[in-house]
Design a protein around this ligand. Structure first.
Ligand SMILES: [Zn+2]
Length: 366
């Protein structure tokens, strides 16, 4: 029935594929903070593409019903966050590390997936864009949904894969972009049978979906995109690094074709915790279990992990750390030894002092 109201447009997009479904529910951490600066121009004007290179047909489909919703939200990679939210959930994938050749979804899989999706759209005004390995569904104008698909999702995925991830998720993942709080609250409950636990957005592996209040900015979206890739590329990745990497890109842009995180709203809280002497050691952070990271957070876990990743990034060590840690996690499940090795540090207490001093000199806005 819905098909009759849809306009079908064909556009060129990139290829990729699907996601593992394990129990996980991720959301962003809680550091109260101000709104972020806009890095859109750096980020979104540079989405040189490699369109169609992996796709059988080289095409994806944009399906949309009648135009609906107002759209004055720019497609940026920023987050505008001012309030706090409860932490929730974690990646709890205990599967063995995978370097498999498991087939990824084919063109037909996307078509069938979208057909099923169209049949369950929760109302008029939704538009569907295939941006592999994702299917993007939004209730802003079709061109705005497509802009998010290309200028945020495609942009980030290309760069994240370039630097970190060797494999795509194994199943198609839906990205729901709701235009504002009312839409987000209403539709999350309608689609998933629960109230959202965060005002910004989250990734649920068990739902095979990311759900965003995109009116809050697209920084959360880039954060969450990291998780399904980590889930398949580094299944044993501990929460501290999964969240450190995700939150690094809440505020990001392009440097010479690579994705870079910038200082963001998590900085002032971390600086205060440093001044108060309340930041745990890196050994403690790295040793946190998933439960401890999310549920026993002294209030600094996300920020400490983020600004460790930021430090590694600024030393051009982040990609090296990720790759070495992924390879060595059997012997070093927490990453702490790999961290020392990559830093070339034997005295981590001295490193922490230097890192804290460095963090205190950072500025946000820059
Ligand atoms: Zn996260």
């Amino acid at each position: 029935m819905y098909w009759q109201t849809f306009t079908i447009l064909l556009v060129l997009l990139t290829a990729g594929c699907g996601s593992e479904s394990t129990a996980s529910l991720d959301s962003l951490g809680t550091v109260p903070g101000g709104t972020t600066a806009n890095t859109a121009s750096q980020t979104c004007n540079d989405h040189t593409d490699d369109r169609g290179e992996n796709s059988i047909s080289g095409r994806s489909i944009v399906l949309s019903n009648k135009a609906g919703g107002s759209a004055n939200v720019d497609a940026t990679v920023t987050s505008s966050r001012g309030d706090s939210t409860a932490h929730s959930g974690a990646l709890t994938n205990n599967a063995a590390p995978v370097r498999s050749t498991t087939p990824r979804p084919a063109e037909d899989d996307y078509r069938h997936h979208v057909a099923a999706l169209l049949a369950k759209l929760p109302g008029d005004g939704f538009h569907v864009v295939i941006e592999k390995p994702f299917v993007v569904i939004g209730d802003e104008r079709p061109e705005q949904v497509e802009r998010y698909a290309q200028q945020t999702i495609q942009w980030a995925v290309k760069r994240l894969k370039q630097d970190f991830f060797q494999q795509d998720p194994r199943h198609i993942i839906d990205i729901w972009l709701f235009k504002d709080k009312d839409s987000y609250d209403y539709h999350v409950e309608k689609l998933f049978g629960r109230r959202p636990h965060t005002p910004f957005g989250y990734y649920s592996s068990s739902d095979g979906a990311m759900v965003m209040n995109i009116g809050k900015g697209s920084g959360t979206l880039v954060h969450e995109i990291v998780h399904p890739f980590v889930e398949v590329d580094f299944p044993k990745c501990p929460s501290w690094f999964n969240e450190g990497l995700g939150s690094l890109y809440e505020q990001c842009g392009d440097r010479n074709g690579k994705i870079y995180g910038y200082t963001n709203w998590r900085l002032p809280g971390l600086q205060q915790a440093i001044r108060d002497g309340k930041v745990p050691t890196f050994e403690t952070l790295c040793s946190t279990t998933t439960h401890q990271f999310y549920r026993e957070d002294p209030g600094t876990n996300y920020a400490q992990a983020r600004y460790l990743c930021y430090y590694l990034q600024e030393q051009e060590l982040l990609r090296t750390f990720y790759r070495r840690f992924r390879s060595a996690h059997g012997d070093d499940p927490t990453g702490y030894q790999t961290l020392q090795s990559v830093l070339g540090e034997t005295d981590m207490a001295a490193f922490q002092k230097r890192w804290e001093k460095w963090v205190l000199e950072l500025r946000f806005p820059e």
